[in-house]
Design a protein around this ligand. Structure first.
Ligand code: CA
Length: 203
């Protein structure tokens, strides 16, 4: 009995289940729950400073806080803020999520080859559309192709699951890696991003 009480008490101390338990173990994206952040003075990062000068809403002050898996802007980024709050309310799980309008690439790049397929999932809440996609690269050099899911309409005040299957066509024979990105057409809260490799025979 005492042991059960101790276990219950430990579970209480631990709070809710860590967000990683809601994400697949084979998630190829680091920190898909957006729980880890990187804070630094805008002035120390010329790339981020340029985005702010161009009108991107990243911060209210001299310090910017970005999700740790932020790699670079995709096309246009109007707004990207890390938000904190309660599960199923401001965030889908854990303590943090992001509020984003526009697009950005997430870390890391993933090894990829013609014929590969990936299941890409994110939870979203807000107003606009959400699209998950990948830019495809050869061993060296610029992007040679892409694959994208259909835009999903998000017009709800509840968290909804967006899922795409992204396939790399065999005609893109030189593809060696994929860089995944998220795009929205309005301010949308996003959490629990996962990218998992699908076996070809399960398609
Ligand atoms: Ca989260």
């Amino acid at each position: 009995m005492m042991l059960i009480l101790l276990v219950c008490f430990a579970a209480l101390l631990a709070g809710i289940a860590p967000t990683d338990e809601l994400l697949p173990k084979d998630n190829l994206i680091a920190d898909g729950g957006f729980e880890e952040v990187r804070s630094f003075p805008v002035s120390t990062d010329p790339y981020i400073a340029e985005q702010v000068q161009n009108g991107c809403d990243l911060t209210d002050g001299p310090i910017v806080t970005l999700p740790s898996n932020f790699d670079q802007v995709c096309d246009v980024l109007r707004k990207l803020r890390v938000v904190e709050g309660a599960p199923d309310r401001e965030v889908h799980s854990g303590k943090r999520a992001i509020l984003m309008h526009g697009g950005f690439y997430v870390r890391p790049n993933v090894k990829a080859a013609p014929g590969d397929a990936f299941r890409v999932v994110i939870w979203a809440k807000g107003e606009g559309t959400v699209r998950l996609a990948a830019s495809l690269y050869p061993a060296e050099g610029a992007c040679i192709a892409g694959c994208a899911g259909n835009e999903a309409n998000i017009q709800e005040d509840e968290w909804v699951r967006v899922e795409h299957t992204l396939e790399i066509k065999r005609e893109h024979a030189a593809v060696k890696r994929a860089a995944f990105y998220i795009q929205t057409t309005g301010p949308v809260y996003l959490d629990d991003l996962s990218v998992t490799r699908i076996a070809a025979d399960s398609l």
